[in-house]
Design a protein around this ligand. Structure first.
Ligand code: GLU
Length: 510
C-alpha cells in the first residue's frame, strides 16, 4: 500500500475555530498511527476573504497543541508550494481538460443574468433555483450559445467562468468512512463554478487537483463539506483519477452546549468561554477574542478534550496524552452524531492535566506570577507549594489566588469559621497546640498530626472541632489542600508564629 498522506487544508479567513483544531488533530492522530505524512495546505484561492495574520495564527495554534506537520508552507516539502495562491498556474490545465472532454463549459453570465434566472425560476415555483442541467439551457454559456458566438466572446475577452457540467439523473456515490455510502442523485447538484473570472480556481477544483497532485490518501474534514463530496467524486471521475481517489471521512459537528446547532463564537461570547485556541485580534475591526491558551488551559488538556468531541476510545476512560491518543485513535470510533461541547467538562480536563504534571513543569510560570506579586522565594519551597496546590486547581493562576498564604501571612480570617468554631476555651487550647508543636523536632505532616491529637487528648478538647479553625488561623481561609501537609510546607516557625499573631489579633464579629 502506498504511504498514507493526509492534509489539513484551512482557508486563512480568520482565526482557527476549535472545530478546525479538532479536524487537524484527528488527521494528525490518524496519520501518526500509520506513520504517514501530514501536510498543511493553505487554501487561499478566495482573495476576497483573505485575512492578514490568519495563516500565521493557524500555524502557531497547532504548534501550541503539539500538532506537527511533515510538509507545509512553513516547513517545505516535495509537493509544494503549499499555498494555493502560489499554485495558481497549475489549475488552468485541468479546467481546460474538463472542457475538452465535455465535462465543463464556459459561462459568460453577468450577475444580472444570474439574478434574472433566479427570479424567473422562483416565479415558476422553484424553491431553490440553481444553475443546473435545466437552467443552463437558457443561459449565456458554451452549451447554449453557438460555437461562433462562443469563439467571438472568448476572442473579445468577455469575462467568463468555467462550470462543471453535472450529468443528468445519475447516482453519485460517496463512500464515507464515518457514515457509510452516501448516495445522491445528480439532479440535485448544481453546475458549480470551477474556475473564476479572476483566473483563480474555486475551492472545489483546487482542492481536488491538489489532493491528487499531493498524493493524499485520506480526506478527513468537517461534516460541512459532505455536501461537496459528490461533486469531488465526479471531478475525480471526469479527470480520469478514479483509482487515485482518496478515502473520505467527514467528522461530526461540534455543537452548542444545549445541542442546538453548531458551536459558534457567539455562543462562546454569550456563555463566557473561548472558541479559539489562542487570543486573536481582528486586523480590520480590532475586535479581540480570547483563546484557550491565554485563558490558562494546558495544551495537553485542550487536545484531550477535543479528541473526545466526536471520538471515543470504546470504554469509559477519558484522560489521555497525545501519544496515547495516537495509539488508540481510529476512524471507526468516530461517531456520526454531533458532539455537544461542555465548558465545565473542559475545566475538568484542565484540572486533571494539572494534576498529572510534575511540579517542576509549573515552576517557571508560577514564579513569574510570584514575581508580579513581589515575592521571591526559593525553588524548593515553591515546588512544595505547587505539589500541594496542583491537586485541586483548575488553572495555574489559581496557585496564587488560592495559595498566596504560603508566601504571605493572612491579612484577615474567614469570619464564618471564627463565628462557628471560636469558643471561650479556644485561646487556651490554641496556646497548648502552639507549645506542643514548638517542641516537635520532626516537622512532618504525620508527626504534626500525631502531636496535635496527643495535645487534644491531654487537654480534653475534641481534635476534630479545631481542624478548620486552625487552618483559618494559619491561612486565613476555610478550605485548602491537605491540612497537615499545608502546615508542614508553611514550616514550624511560621505556623507557630501565625498562631500567636492570631491569638492576639482575632476579633470574632457578630
Ligand atoms: N479549505 C477548506 C476549509 O477551509 C478545506 C475543506 C477540506 O478539507 O476539503 O475548511
Amino acid at each position: 500500500m502506498s504511504k498514507v498522506r493526509v492534509r489539513f487544508a484551512p482557508s486563512p479567513t480568520g482565526p482557527l475555530h476549535m472545530g478546525g483544531v479538532r479536524t487537524a488533530l484527528f488527521n494528525y492522530l490518524f496519520v501518526k498511527k500509520l506513520k504517514g505524512d501530514f501536510i498543511l495546505r493553505v487554501e487561499d484561492t478566495d482573495q476576497t476573504r483573505y485575512v492578514q495574520g490568519a495563516e500565521d495564527y493557524i500555524i502557531k495554534a497547532l504548534e501550541w497543541c503539539n500538532i506537527q506537520f511533515d510538509e507545509g508552507p512553513h516547513v517545505g516539502g516535495d509537493f509544494g508550494p503549499y499555498r494555493q495562491s502560489e499554485r495558481k498556474a497549475m489549475y488552468r490545465q485541468y479546467a481546460d481538460q474538463l472542457i475538452k472532454s465535455g465535462h465543463a463549459y464556459y459561462a459568460f453570465d453577468t450577475p444580472d443574468d444570474l439574478n434574472a434566472m433566479r427570479e424567473r425560476m422562483k416565479a415558476a415555483g422553484v424553491a431553490s433555483p440553481q444553475y443546473d442541467h435545466i437552467s443552463r439551457e437558457h443561459m449565456q454559456n458554451s452549451l447554449a450559445l453557438s460555437e461562433d458566438e462562443v469563439v467571438k466572446r472568448l476572442n473579445d475577452g468577455v469575462p467568463y467562468v468555467i462550470r462543471i457540467k453535472i450529468p443528468r439523473n445519475e447516482e453519485v456515490k460517496v463512500n464515507d468512512q464515518v457514515r457509510g455510502w452516501v448516495v445522491v442523485n445528480s439532479n440535485q447538484l448544481d453546475d458549480k463554478v470551477l474556475f473564476k473570472s479572476d483566473g483563480m480556481p474555486t475551492y472545489h477544483l483546487a482542492n481536488v487537483v491538489d489532493d491528487y497532485l499531493m498524493k493524499i490518501t485520506h480526506v478527513i474534514r468537517g461534516e460541512e463539506w459532505l455536501p461537496s463530496a459528490p461533486l469531488h467524486v465526479l471531478l475525480y471521475k471526469f479527470l480520469g483519477w478514479e483509482n487515485e481517489m482518496p478515502e473520505f471521512a467527514h467528522l461530526p459537528l461540534i455543537l452548542k452546549p444545549d445541542g442546538n446547532g453548531k458551536l459558534s463564537k457567539r455562543d462562546g461570547d454569550r456563555l463566557g468561554f473561548p472558541v479559539f485556541p489562542l487570543n486573536w485580534t481582528d486586523p480590520k475591526t480590532g475586535e479581540s477574542s480570547s483563546g484557550y491558551k491565554e485563558r490558562g488551559f494546558l495544551a495537553e488538556a485542550f487536545v484531550n478534550l477535543l479528541a473526545l468531541l466526536g471520538w471515543n476510545p470504546g470504554n469509559n476512560e477519558e484522560l489521555f496524552s497525545i501519544e496515547q491518543l495516537i495509539e488508540l485513535f481510529s476512524i471507526e470510533r468516530v461517531g456520526k452524531a454531533g458532539a455537544k461541547f461542555n465548558y465545565e467538562k473542559a475545566l475538568w480536563f484542565n484540572q486533571q492535566h494539572i494534576r498529572l504534571k510534575k511540579p517542576e513543569e509549573f515552576l517557571t510560570s508560577f514564579k513569574s506570577i510570584l514575581g508580579n506579586n513581589n515575592i521571591t522565594s526559593n525553588d524548593e519551597f515553591v515546588l512544595k507549594v505547587i505539589a500541594l496546590l496542583q491537586e485541586k486547581t483548575t488553572f495555574v493562576s489559581d496557585f496564587w489566588e488560592q495559595g498566596s498564604y504560603f508566601f504571605n501571612k493572612p491579612k484577615d480570617y474567614d469570619q464564618k469559621v471564627l463565628r462557628k468554631k471560636w469558643k471561650d476555651t479556644t485561646p487556651n487550647d490554641v496556646e497548648n497546640v502552639i507549645n506542643t508543636w514548638s517542641e516537635l523536632e520532626d516537622w512532618s505532616a504525620e508527626k504534626i498530626e500525631a502531636a496535635y491529637k496527643n495535645c487534644a487528648e491531654q487537654n480534653s478538647f475534641n481534635p476534630g472541632g479545631y481542624m478548620q479553625l486552625l487552618r483559618t488561623l494559619i491561612t486565613g481561609k476555610s478550605a485548602g489542600p491537605s491540612l497537615f501537609e499545608t502546615f508542614e510546607v508553611i514550616g514550624k516557625e511560621e505556623v507557630t508564629n501565625r498562631l500567636q499573631i492570631a491569638l492576639q489579633s482575632v476579633e470574632v464579629n457578630g
